[in-house]
Design a binder for this molecule. Structure first.
Ligand code: AMP
Ligand code: MG
Length: 529
């Protein structure tokens, strides 16, 4: 493990790809380029709130670095390390189904890539480090509230086994940022913060859509070739100047499709709702990216969206995420038509998404139930009935599946009382339906010859006990805003072992308390961040 000043840092992105010739933070339209060099804005008093030791290990940084002033200075935006060449990326995107034109890193500044001891390179990016050419009318900053959420969720998802970008650190800036949380004229000052995100690449679907929309085929090709050669070496693309053949572009898109399907199936497994699945928030690596107004499903409700901006159309609701991923892949496929020149092949590839998703989700559903394999003939109706039953009464999905692993044949709905939000209000119809479903569930388990212990072991590896419940994040935020970082640190620690029992920490696994039902930040979130 290395000291901060010994990290080997390069920037393949800026050395290989076309640069915006204009400099500075001035807002502008950037054509014919994929990034603009721009430095982080210095802040008053950077201070570490929390760091992820697993993420430090990933990039080969000694954990002791977290305690130093230099760390806070670099990851708060006040200093650069040798080899850092800061820049903001150019990208576009479809937002809520509509083409939005140029977006770009409006408040994210990439620092460069660290080579880890195993040779893997990891891009570092500061979120909330000040304006860039892509900030449009906004300030380029981030508040502590949303930064705590991004920091914790990135690492929670990693520990859950969900593909995700990572977070190294959360630093407060010592400055205040004005935000109108619900866009209702009640703006107030909030503490500013910067999160250092870590990923192999931060390129998004929208990164391809923007040059494609402008007919900049050579820019589009440069980006695709860079991503394929650097991030998808297993595809065996020839090095430049040999052109990449059409078959490799197709193999790459197939891989993006499959990874995206896997990612969304994981979201469904753990009850995660992204909240803003715009194409600019879709990673080309199939990783969860841009933790904004996301939320965790409490009572099982496929129609739930955490994002107040999405409350009307509910485009990004829990049960619609696979369909949206499919739609987003269609946008990516359209963008790369000039490289592949075979719309039929692209169409076929995109059309394959629902089947891939069903396959991945089937695998996960089987382990959620405790089975080795999903057998559509027997399990499709069993699981459809389960999800119907879960909607009959407000039932916490996470508590439900952990409890299901514990109960044995003969159990009835009474065993699930602590999964019900309002146990006193559960109708006898709902209780009866659950009891009946439990009978078919145990019939199937018996048919499979599964022991309760094997079933429970498999289930407890697929159904987390500890997730980043919306109210838990808010409680940690309340403390952090008062200057106490311990809530964030403790929650991070709990989320390190989401599948373990963790005696003494059961309170973190309980369903949302009633006081949090309508509290902003616990049940409603906005894009304001
Ligand atoms: P999001 O919905 O958070 O993914 O953001 C959409 C676009 O708005 C991206 O281009 C962001 O960089 C930009 N953006 C969001 N918040 C800010 C901000 N406070 N300052 C500058 N740009 C922002
Ligand atoms: Mg975004």
């Amino acid at each position: 493990m290395r000291d901060l000043f010994d990290l080997p840092i390069t920037s393949l992105f800026t050395s290989e790809l076309p640069e915006d010739p204009a400099g500075g933070q001035g807002r502008r339209e950037v054509r014919g380029a994929l990034f603009s060099k721009v430095a982080p804005t210095a802040v008053k008093a950077p201070k570490l709130v929390a760091g992820s030791r697993e993420c430090a290990e990933l990039i080969g940084l000694a954990e002791e670095a977290f305690g130093t002033d230099e760390f806070a200075a670099v990851f708060g935006g006040n200093a650069l390390l040798k080899g850092m060449d800061p820049f903001a990326m150019t990208y576009g995107g479809h937002q809520f189904g509509h083409w939005a034109g140029q977006l770009g890193d409006g408040r994210a500044i990439n620092l460069g890539e660290v080579t880890a001891p195993d040779g893997q390179s990891w891009a570092l990016q500061l979120k909330g480090a000040g304006p860039t050419p892509y900030s449009r009318s906004a300030d380029g900053l981030a508040v502590l509230r949303s930064s705590v959420r991004e920091f914790l969720c990135s690492e929670a998802m990693y520990h859950l086994g969900v593909p995700t970008t990572r977070a190294l650190s959360l630093v407060t800036t010592g400055e205040q940022v004005m935000r109108d949380m619900f866009y209702d004229g009640n703006a107030k000052l909030e503490p500013g913060a910067v999160v250092c995100r870590v990923a192999r690449s931060f390129v998004r679907f929208g990164s391809f859509e923007l040059p494609a929309s402008r007919g900049e085929v050579e820019i589009l090709r440069a980006l695709a070739d860079h991503v394929i050669r650097r991030q998808y070496p297993e595809l065996g693309a020839p090095e430049a100047p040999t052109p990449i053949p059409k078959e490799i572009y197709l193999a790459w898109l197939r891989e993006v499709r499959d990874r995206t399907a896997t990612m969304v199936a994981h979201w469904t497994r753990v009850g995660f709702v992204h909240g803003v699945m715009n194409t600019d928030n879709m990673s080309i690596l199939g990783e969860t990216i841009d933790y904004g107004p996301y939320g965790w499903l409490e009572d099982y409700d496929p129609g739930w969206t955490p994002n107040t901006t999405d409350a009307h159309g509910k485009r990004y609701r829990f049960g619609n995420q696979a369909a949206i991923a499919h739609w987003n892949l269609t946008r990516l496929a359209s963008a790369v038509v000039p490289l592949v020149e075979d719309t039929a092949a692209l169409q076929e590839l995109v059309d394959g998404f629902p089947a891939i998703y069903e396959e991945r989700w089937g695998d996960m559903l089987a382990s959620k139930l405790g089975w080795e394999r999903f057998d559509a003939e027997q399990d499709a109706s069993l699981t459809a009935e389960l999800f119907r039953v879960l909607e009959l009464a407000e039932t916490d999905m996470t508590v439900f599946f952990r409890r299901l692993a514990q109960v044995t044949a003969g159990a009835d709905a009474d065993a699930f009382t602590d999964a019900y939000y309002l146990p006193g209000d559960v109708s006898s119809e709902a209780r009866g339906a659950l009891t009946k479903w439990l009978e078919s569930y145990f019939d199937r388990a018996t048919g499979l010859g599964l022991s309760d212990a094997d079933r429970a072991a498999r289930m407890n590896g697929a159904n987390p006990k500890y997730v980043l419940r919306n109210y838990l994040a808010q409680v940690a935020i309340d403390r952090a805003e008062k200057g106490d970082p311990e809530g964030v640190r403790e929650l991070l620690d709990v989320l390190r072992r989401p599948y373990d029992e963790q005696p003494g920490r059961e309170a973190f696994a309980e369903k949302r308390p009633e006081w949090a039902r309508h509290r902003p930040g616990c049940s409603m979130l906005s894009c304001s961040s």
